[in-house]
Design a protein around this ligand. Sequence first.
Ligand code: DSN
Length: 413
Amino acid sequence: MDKEVFQYFALEAKRQNEGLELIASENYPSIDVMASCGSIMMAKYAEGYPGKRYYGGCVNVDAVENLAIERAKKLFECKYANVQPHSGSQANFAAYKALLNPGDKVLALTLNDGGHLTHGSPVSFSSHDYEFAFYPLGEDGHLDYEIIARRMEEERPNLLLAGYSAYPYEIDFKRMREIVDAYNQRHNANCHFMVDMAHIAGIIAAKLTQNPCKYADIVTSTTHKTLRGPRGGLILSDDEELGKKINSAIFPYSQGGPLEHIIAAKAVCFGEALQPSFRKYMEKVLENTKACNDALAEKGASVSGTDNHLFLINVLSSFGLNGKEAQQRLEDIGITTNKNMIHGDTLKPAYCSGLRIGLAAATSRGCSKEDAKKIGYLIYDCLANPNFDIEEGKRRVATIISRWKDVTSLQYC
Ligand code: DSN
């Protein structure tokens, strides 16, 4: 045992067990998912795809990768799945490659309103390889489909992109497909529609919101957020011709040997998400997120409201704090969150006016609706009171999580 390294595993388990994790993109995988990540499958090279590898000895990794593919297709009700992307960013890289030529135009959500780095940020490959134009949210902070249709006419994009990192409301993928279809018909164009469902993949898997696979040409995702699997990426489509292009865009274009141990963990995660218990979990996540949002609203904080696993607090207008300060105050009492830009933000991204709160991880450990309300009240008390007692805050965190499960041995089936 390498004590120098392993000491940090114990420390991290302690930090995770004793803290209250509210980062909306995090979750706790099952012990089966973690065991798969640490399994012997990692010792195998398998460049290529099941049945068409560049190495011998792939019989077992082929079987596992096929299981992951078939389970992903069943879970999301689509015809094609690539389970090899190492991350969500790599999945988006390959999806763009399959749909676009260099320099083509993508219409995406304004980054400050909740888009991802790979949705056209100046510091991402995306804005270097392609031209990005943006649609803003409506004045009320919700998607405004008429604005999107108008921006399509103004920008004439090759791709409309939906799916966000900090958007707390339902997304009407069907309406966006209709906008793209009408645009294509009017201009005899071939604009595609792509959805990055990374944040809400679990909600979609649980069939508690529209399934974008029914409407988008390509859907990308991560597997570790609401889906509760290993860190990794996923690409789905109903178009098998596009599927061939995606396969080439992942291997050999942008990746080498697939991480078969992570693919095994993805297969386990999809298997768990296919169980009825996963839908119950996801219903609880939605209920808890709303309860926490409503507790803050009841106290008088300016919160976004929510239809999914996250909500935003305007900490600047509510408490006179910027997001960085609010994040630190909560971290001091053992609550982990992240600062976030909010609609109409006037502060720089290093500070932000908002805080993003998600309840998916807490719910995996056993957070109840009552706990979620107490978390809302605690966040309010901590941020509203400049003299809030840190020790008192830590005690309240410890009381809330006292009956929750240990993060290193979670079993979901
Ligand atoms: N970084 C992730 C998030 O926190 O939302 C998105 O990939």
